[in-house]
Design a binder for this molecule. Structure first.
Ligand SMILES: [Zn+2]
Length: 318
């Protein structure tokens, strides 16, 4: 009996244990199911969130695409405007160039005109008598006096105590000539320069007394002389003791023939001229361009026409 009860008790205990384990297992399963349901719910929410996000992104993309499209249109418009602008610029540049060419042409014309005016002004201020050819029928007015006279430094004079003047504008040319001559070992001296009409008349009287009627040949008629211009000098050299006679045989004369033109001086009365006797000592300032032209063409002042000579008046003191 007791054994039977024991077996029954054990059996019941086993059943109870089995029931308890089964219940526990069921509870566990239920718990797991609950947890899974919670996770599914969470996942659902995440999916919904992602979907919403995706929708937003899609919407943004669409906006961006629209924006890009608008931008492209704008760029295209800008390119068109730029092209138009460049065409305009090109047209403007051409117009500007045309304007500049016209301006240059005008400027050149103006320059030529002002050059002409300058030349005319200079010419109007230059004494026309300075390059005038003289003859027995046409000569300086007896009242003519050079515009300005300067005394020549006594060191260049034959007679150191004489007071000899020349045209002020000729002084620098004469000084340069004397310096160049001295540099070549040539001694030059001025024995006569400016002579007024009255002084020339007195000289003439003196010559007449010494040479009688022959004076008409080598001194200008009563008062008329290139010396009245102030641009003419009579030159001698210590080499020839200051004498006119034989001056053309001196080194000084040979030097003058080769070099005087560089300083604007020309021989007025060469051998065989139709005006006066041969005067190798008598040098007239005619300006470097005319003197050089005469020298280079082996001509003399009175060989040219007045028209040819007058072309050099404007540059006589250049
Ligand atoms: Zn003279």
């Amino acid at each position: 009996m007791v054994r039977k009860n024991i077996v029954l008790g054990i059996g019941m205990a086993v059943v109870l244990v089995l029931l308890g384990w089964g219940g526990y297992s069921l509870w566990r399963l239920h718990q797991d199911k609950l947890a899974l349901q919670t996770r599914v719910t969470k996942l659902d929410r995440s999916v919904a969130g992602l979907e919403a996000e995706l929708a937003r992104v899609n919407k943004d993309n669409a906006s961006l695409t629209d924006f890009l499209e608008t931008e492209r249109t704008k760029n295209s418009d800008l390119n068109k405007s730029l092209e138009t602008e460049q065409n305009n610029n090109s047209n403007l540049a051409q117009a500007l160039q045309a304007e500049q060419s016209r301006n240059n042409a005008n400027f050149n014309q103006l320059q030529q005109l002002s050059g002409t005016v300058g030349t005319l002004t200079k010419l109007s201020q230059t004494d026309r008598e300075l390059l005038q050819k003289y003859s027995k029928v046409y000569f300086l007015n007896e009242n003519y006096v050079p515009s300005q006279l300067t005394a020549i430094n006594p060191q260049y004079l034959y007679n150191k105590s004489a007071a000899i003047q020349i045209h002020t504008s000729v002084v620098p040319f004469l000084m340069r000539m004397f310096t160049a001559a001295a540099g070549d070992g040539i001694n030059l001296q001025v024995i006569s320069g400016y002579r007024s009409f009255g002084e020339q008349a007195a000289v003439k009287t003196g010559y007449k007394m010494s040479y009688g009627s022959g004076a008409n040949k080598f001194s200008a008629d009563q008062g008329y002389s290139e010396h009245q211009l102030g641009t003419t000098v009579d030159l001698v050299t210590s080499e020839n003791k200051g004498s006119f006679t034989g001056f053309d045989k001196t080194k000084a004369y040979a030097w003058l023939v080769s070099n005087a033109h560089r300083f604007g001086f020309a021989l007025s009365y060469p051998k065989g001229n139709f005006y006066y006797i041969y005067e190798p000592w008598h040098w007239r300032f005619v300006g470097t361009t005319l003197a050089s032209k005469l020298h280079d063409s082996n001509q003399h002042f009175y060989d040219l026409t007045q028209r040819e000579i007058s072309q050099h008046l404007v540059s006589i003191f250049d």
